[in-house]
Write a protein that binds this ligand. Structure first.
Ligand code: FES
Length: 163
């Protein structure tokens, strides 16, 4: 039996439910984090296997840039050999030291080690994750820019404070 009143009420109610469901089920909109683009080194100033410290994305986040002299995964520059990582241990945030003989980052707190030639992966110790890797780009004038970080920097809920 055709009942136009019932059908109109049905559409009003179902439309209202769909609209409220969409509002209630929608994820809150958050502003996208904006990574600073910062020149951190010059190609001409790098030496193979000599670490270059810098801070990124802010002054409280120590990082280290390395040139290997041979291509490495995610390496940038003419030889695809330059990478950079957070210099904070992923276990409990202790500062890392670069051992140029072993070509690893070592943590003096609980002896975790990380391999910068292979994506910063953890190779031994208490840490359970690899190092956050700084994304790099090289401009035409030979400046190496930090443009982001993949992986969460130790001790943070967001890599960019306030994001
Ligand atoms: Fe580095 Fe514990 S803080 S191994």
């Amino acid at each position: 039996m055709n009942n136009p009143v019932s059908r109109r009420i049905f559409f009003k109610v179902s439309g209202a439910s769909a609209a409220s469901g969409a509002l209630m089920g929608a994820a809150p909109v958050q502003a996208a984090a904006v990574w600073p683009d910062r020149a951190v080194a010059q190609l001409a100033g790098l030496r193979v296997n000599v670490p270059l410290p810098f801070s990124y994305p802010d002054a409280t986040s120590p990082c280290v840039l390395l040139k290997f002299g041979r291509p490495v995964p995610a390496g940038v520059g003419p030889e695809r050999d330059i990478v950079a990582y957070s210099a904070l241990c992923t276990h409990m945030g202790c500062p890392l030291a670069y051992d140029s003989a072993a070509q690893t980052f070592k943590c003096g707190c609980h002896y975790s080690q990380f391999d910068p030639e292979h994506g910063g992966q953890m190779v031994c110790g208490q840490a359970t994750t690899g190092l956050p890797q700084v994304q790099l780009a090289v401009s035409r004038d030979g400046a190496i820019h930090a443009t982001g970080v993949s992986g969460l920097i130790y001790g943070r809920v967001n890599n960019i404070r306030g994001a």
